[in-house]
Design a protein around this ligand. Sequence first.
Ligand code: SAM
Ligand code: SF4
Length: 479
Amino acid sequence: MKSPCVHITTYGCQMNQLDSELVAEVLRASGARLVADPQAADVLLFVTCSVRDHAENRVFSNIGKLAARKRREPHLVVGLLGCMAQEHGPAVRRRAPMIDLVCAPGRLAELPALIADARAGRKREALDPPRGQDAFAASDVALDGVEVGRPLCGNSPGQAYVVAMRGCDNFCSYCVVPFVRGPERSRPPVVILEEVRRLVGQGARQITLLGQAVNKYAAEEAGRRWDLADLLSKVAETPGLARLSFITSHPAAMTERLAQVFRDVPAVIPYLHMPAQSGSDTVLTRMNRGYTAAEYMERVAMVRALRPGLAVASDFIVGFPGESEADFEATCDLVRRARFSGAFVFKYSPRPGTAAAKRLADDVPDAEKRRRNNALLALVEEITGEENRKFIGRTVRVFVEEISPRPRAKKGSDPLSVQGSDPFFARGRQGDRLNVNPQLRGRTPCNRIVVFDGPPSLVGTEVDVEVVDASPLTLFATL
Ligand code: SAM
Ligand code: SF4
């Protein structure tokens, strides 16, 4: 049988983007060909997210659209990968019978065998055991053995993500992640350092360490204990590495030791993604977040005192069970005080199996969730607009990530939503079609998006630009 021709569609967070790169690598090594056009593929893989109902529905709807093609091309293989795979298991075929293979995030190394079976007519799944059973370690070792041939994050050469931790033990009451990605496991420092060295050797200049609560990183190697501060300090020594960041930090695990890294390690960019989720103490307790709004603000102040100009970004959930108007006001108040550089806002979505879905009635009507979502986004934009305007007239050093993936941005039409209620992005390129210098998109050290016209050869490098205008989401600059 000829080798498979595979197309991968990715939904969700950076962890999923990285999973897709891993899948691509595993399949390439097994002789498969990866194609950008789904119509040219005979294997369609979907790397999925199950954090919200909306995300799942999009996947089901897109897979549903394949029914006619599957009738025309009975040998077409459709695979469900990632968090939805682990969450639904084989039962997913009741809702989407055209799915041939189901593969959990920890079992991606088994994909070549799963695809071969599916092509031979055997529908299979590779799932992790439910939490509590100790079988994750073996699949982690299999994944660590896959050398992803980046640097390539999406379409941004020069940028690479590296997994520092897998899984999550926080059990925020609304969240499905601890169930679908398993218990917390920190990768050994030696594995991470080696991966960073390899990526930088291949051209990466900007590395982002990933983990659901990455500041809980804890490893032991050669009798020495490592926390995230140790790891960042060591990774920063990699020759050729220009920028280092880490996402996502949990406020309850933010220590002074880690905050000092922002002061002491120049390669660590002044950007902290530390989701608050709510500004109301009663809601935070019901969410099982482990801190109060005052404690959150204390931690922000602690880090900012050590690195002036530090940009802090957050996530919020509006319409959590029992969230009153006063609770929502407390969230708005926290946003006013924290002056975030960006925030994702999500409407609460009950996830089956979570404590909130089991015990708390989803009692905020959808129209009210939508109103709060829009009001909070408007407030965040007002503040980010004010903060961004302070950059006008300043020269900033920009790491150029890519040719702007959206139509040429003007003030008032932002190229990439960093605070919309939907962080997923589709990619297309405009510069390739133009005869003039395309619009380039990069980031300041504090992770603000900058667009400016320049030659594509600048992609993957750092340049100085002058900010001439600003909107809530974007700085507009000239070379
Ligand atoms: N581990 C990260 C953290 O703790 O911030 C992010 C995990 S989650 C993939 C990303 C965001 O999705 C969360 O910060 C939260 O705001 C949102 N989220 C998670 N579960 C949700 C739910 N059931 N409904 C709405 N938003 C949710
Ligand atoms: Fe989910 Fe909370 Fe873990 Fe983040 S820290 S992944 S929100 S359980």
